[in-house]
Design a protein around this ligand. Structure first.
Ligand code: CTP
Ligand code: CA
Length: 223
């Protein structure tokens, strides 16, 4: 038998998803990054495409197969991710920012390999500078009817921090989850709270693909 055809309830909609980590060069061979696997963003892209959406997936470097029928825009740094997101955002009915963007980048990356005994001062103290906030930038430029969704990975005060991000980033929804102790990063399941102006909705632990479906369904209701 064939698998069931998913409901095409996102047909005709363009959506944007950011996913994975960003990598920020220190020199020609080293970088700063984080543990993001990209699984949540790829699950979001796959689910929206299966429901008929035209998906742009702006992705940092990950070890995942691109989902079927998704336009993937590969990027490395936060600044590249911002440029790609700003290019796609004006056409997007819904934009979901699941990427784990490096908050800071080396201020002056070397275009060669830094060497012990030669570049010790530079290696011992890499000066950092803040990266742009991609969600906040797109959120601030949001037009009426556009739905913007962010994530918040927190070790402490999950709901309060998520609510603060809802406001500061001009988001319509924050998907909040507790991280640390092996939770969330790289796992196949997640337990989150959907934080909106209307209140908090705690979802049960579920596979990321099911969670992706729930996030789109909730975002579609907000249009
Ligand atoms: N985000 C982003 N660009 C950044 C930082 C974060 O687009 N430079 C987005 C993430 O994709 C996520 C949301 O903002 O959807 C929250 O990210 P998070 O790292 O939890 O929040 P920050 O604002 O960076 O604050 P902090 O890391 O200090 O908690
Ligand atoms: Ca951050």
């Amino acid at each position: 038998s064939f698998p069931p055809v998913p409901e095409q309830d996102m047909a005709g909609l363009e959506v944007l998803v950011t996913a994975g980590p960003t990598v920020e060069p220190i020199d020609a061979v080293r970088f700063i990054s984080n543990y993001s696997s990209g699984k949540m963003g790829y699950a979001l892209a796959a689910d929206a495409a299966a429901r008929g959406a035209a998906v742009t997936l702006v992705s940092g470097p990950v070890a995942l197969e691109p989902p079927a029928r998704v336009r993937v825009v590969p990027v490395k740094t936060a600044r590249e991710m911002l440029a790609a997101a700003e290019e796609a955002a004006p056409r997007a009915a819904i934009a979901v920012f699941s990427a784990a963007v490096a908050d800071y980048r080396p201020a002056r990356p070397a275009d060669r390999k830094l060497k012990k005994g030669v570049d010790d001062a530079a290696l011992a103290a890499v000066e950092l500078t803040p990266n742009p906030d991609i969600l906040a930038t797109v959120g601030a430029a949001k037009r009426p009817g556009q739905v913007v969704v962010g994530f918040a990975a927190e070790t402490d005060d999950v709901a309060a921090n998520a609510r603060a991000k809802l406001a500061s980033k001009h988001a319509d929804m924050i998907v909040a989850n507790q991280v640390g102790e092996g939770r969330a990063f790289g796992t196949d399941d997640d337990q989150v709270v959907l934080v909106t102006a209307a209140g908090d909705e705690e979802l049960p632990l579920m596979p990321k693909r099911e969670l992706a479906h729930a996030i789109w369904t909730r975002a579609l209701e907000m249009r």
